[in-house]
Ligand binder design. Sequence first.
Ligand code: NAP
Length: 244
Amino acid sequence: MRLLLLGGTHEASELARRLAGRADIEATLSLAGRTSRPARSPLTTRVGGFGGVEGLTRYLRENHVEALIDATHPFAAQMSAHAVAAAEAAGVPLAVLTRPQWAPEAGDDWREVGSAEEAARALGEAPRRVFLTVGRQQAGAFRAAPQHHYVLRSIDAPEDPPPSVELVLARPPFSLEDELELMTSRRIDMLVSKNSGGEATQAKLEAARRLKLPVVMIRRPPITAWTVLYSVEDALGWLHGAAS
Ligand code: NAP
């Protein structure tokens, strides 16, 4: 069976590892090409956009793809929407592989917002020391709130960070100990995060809880695909079903 796996996440890498060497599934991993040094994959890998819905539909047809798994990041909404439309046009079964969202615990002070722009406004007027963990692509939205000092962590450096910024370039996973150290040494008083879910970056929430810091949490875009899988095991099961 020919599978196209849309990746760029820990879950996609994990599924790629489990599919490597399987004689019954010929899988190709697709990456957007955003990070300068992506983690190595054992699968055949293609890099770069397809050229919208049309381009992806063409790719699915020309390569005789028989199953499509969208394991992109929960905030990669455009790619996910294209996957839904192209899978339908090409008649290819599609499943989304994602992670459960994070939820606040008793005593947590979460301020949920719908976008990075709204998150920047939710920081308020008074200058704060903000731990900004929304990724490189959305850092620019915080230029609209230049009164705050940002400790901005991302894998690669953002092109347009806010003016008062310390860049921390690092790749997950992050431990609770490291998060506590980072937040206390920088005297952070607010955390901004996307509700990405997953274990690799969850420790910052526990650290904020222990330090009693408010969290501005950007809500996830909705999932529009019909089939949603929450584990690599479930994805392997779905592939088994799609093949038979
Ligand atoms: P996006 O806004 O949904 O996608 C923008 C365009 O990038 C898509 O229309 C597509 O171009 C191309 N693209 C995205 N993912 C692709 C993939 N896996 N393979 C080939 N082309 C892809 O996506 P994004 O938010 O920029 O994310 C880009 C990549 O980074 C994704 O693979 C995602 O899993 C990963 N990532 C994103 C985030 C995040 O917070 N957004 C966090 C961690 C990792 P065409 O229209 O030309 O096909």
